[in-house]
Structure formats: C-alpha cells, structure tokens
Design a protein around this ligand. Structure first.
Ligand SMILES: C[S@@+](CC[C@H](N)C(=O)[O-])C[C@H]1O[C@@H](n2cnc3c(N)ncnc32)[C@H](O)[C@@H]1O
Length: 245
C-alpha cells in the first residue's frame, strides 16, 4: 500500500544515534586497513540494510565514513523537497507535543525539546543533501515490509529503527512476524529498536514474535543499549540463527 505523505511524520535519527541504538561496533561499521586484516570473518565490515530508514542521516553520514549502508523505505516514493517540506510542516507541532509530556522523555543525550528540534532539523538537512545522489547510486530504495526487494542473504546485518514494535497499535502481530522473517530472509542478523510502543509500554507483539522465531531456529536476545529518549526505551532485540553467538 503506498504511503501518504500527509500521514507520515518524517523525523529521522543521526548516525551516532544509530550506533547507540544498535550497539554497532567499529569492526561492523568500518573497513579494515590492510595492516589490520584479521583471518576471522567476524571482524570484517558488515553490509547493512536499514529498513524503514526514512529521513535518517545514517546512510548519508555512514557512506561518508566508508560504511556499506543500503536504505529502504516507502517514503522514497517522494522527492527530497517533499520530504523536507513535510518535516518542517509537522516539526513544531511534534516538539510541542513532546514539551507537553515532560515525564515521557529522558533528557540525557538530547538536552531538551529545543535541542531535539535542532538535532532533528540537522538530520533532515543532512539526509536532504545526500538523497538525490544516494538515489542515483542506489543507496535509497523504494520498498516496504513485509516484502523486501532483495535476494536471500544479500546483507550481513538488517536494522529497523522506530518502525517495528513502535507502531504496535497500527500493525498486528502477524504483520510483525512476517516483517521480521522477511528481514531474516534477506539479512544474516537483524536488530530492532525500540521495543516500546508509542504508549511507552513494551510491545504486546514481542513475546509472540520471539516465541515464533525461537521455534523456527533463531536465537533472540534483548540487549540494553546506550540510548534512551522515550522513557524506558533503551532495549534492542538482536536476532541471529541459533548456531551463531
Ligand atoms: C518514525 S520513522 C523512522 C525513520 C528512521 N528509521 C529513524 O529511526 O530515524 C518510520 C519510518 O517507517 C516507514 N514505514 C512505514 N511503513 C513501512 C513499511 N511497511 N515498511 C517499511 N517502512 C515503513 C516510514 O515511511 C518512516 O520513514
């Protein structure tokens, strides 16, 4: 189903926020120099598929740093100007909603609602500057869960930030399971953040999804990470085939 821009809140996160949300290590992100070559493939740079990446600047910044990042999102049906205009159309209203719910947020990484606005605007501009070139280079692809336009095992690591589990009221548990299984078809490992819904409660779909995945031979691990903006939202789900650590 095509996404409608006037229904989208195109708030994106930065590369540094992705590193924290997904506990990404330097060896996963960056190419090794020749002097650092390790015989073990575990230490090799990972190819990353960032699903529901939207207007995040993870791809723009990461590509500049030498990371291998592919983004996929239904939002990429729209032009950069449309996405940027939509951000500025909704930004003040969202920040005002945040200001009116002070107990729902942790002001540690982001210092205040005003700081959040500055950082989200910076991310939007960084995404906007990279978007047309990234599209030409094939780094931003139109696509949506639960069907991804990639071959089996095409990526080492799949990430999904602020889509699965967050919108638990809009998408049911069958959608969540199908979406995660599709990410696992395409990616050797999958990480999802956060595990809370918009109501700040752990997604009711999480136990079902974990149980089904474990029955299908995957290992699921909930890790606490060094990032929390939604109060209580500092957990990430890591899914691997059960023979891997
Ligand atoms: C809140 S934004 C998160 C953007 C980015 N991941 C981040 O954390 O900064 C949610 C994103 O999910 C995307 N989305 C909506 N439906 C989707 C679907 N069925 N499959 C993949 N992405 C979807 C939206 O277009 C939007 O870009």
């Amino acid at each position: 189903m095509a996404v409608k821009l006037d229904k989208v809140v195109p708030f994106g996160r930065s590369f540094d926020e992705y590193v924290r949300m997904f506990s990404l290590s330097e060896t996963e992100l960056y190419p090794l120099s020749e002097t650092e070559l390790y015989p073990l493939s575990d230490f090799a740079q990972k190819s990353i598929l960032s699903v529901a990446d939207g207007p995040a600047s993870f791809n723009a910044e990461g590509t500049e740093y030498g990371c291998k990042i592919q983004s996929v999102d239904p939002l990429y049906a729209f032009s950069g100007d449309d996405i940027r205009d939509r951000f500025y159309a909704v930004c003040d209203n969202i920040i005002e909603q945040v200001r009116l719910t002070p107990d729902d947020w942790v002001w540690r990484y982001h210092r205040s609602p005003d700081d959040l606005k500055v950082r989200r605007s910076r991310v939007t501009e960084r995404f906007y500057q990279d978007y047309d070139l990234g599209k030409q280079q094939g780094r931003y692809t139109l696509g949506e869960l639960p069907t991804l336009p990639y071959a089996d095992g095409a990526y080492d690591l799949g990430l999904c930030s602020h889509f699965l589990f967050l919108y638990s009221q809009q998408f049911n548990r069958a959608f969540h399971l199908a979406a995660v299984l599709e990410m696992l078809r395409v990616c050797k490992e999958v990480r999802i953040f956060p595990l809370l819904g918009l109501d700040l409660v752990r997604s009711p779909h999480l136990p079902f999804v974990i149980q089904q995945l474990e029955q299908s031979g995957y290992a699921c691990c909930i890790q606490t990470v060094d990032y929390e903006l939604q109060k209580g939202g500092n957990e990430m789900l890591k899914i691997t085939p059960s023979h891997l650590p």
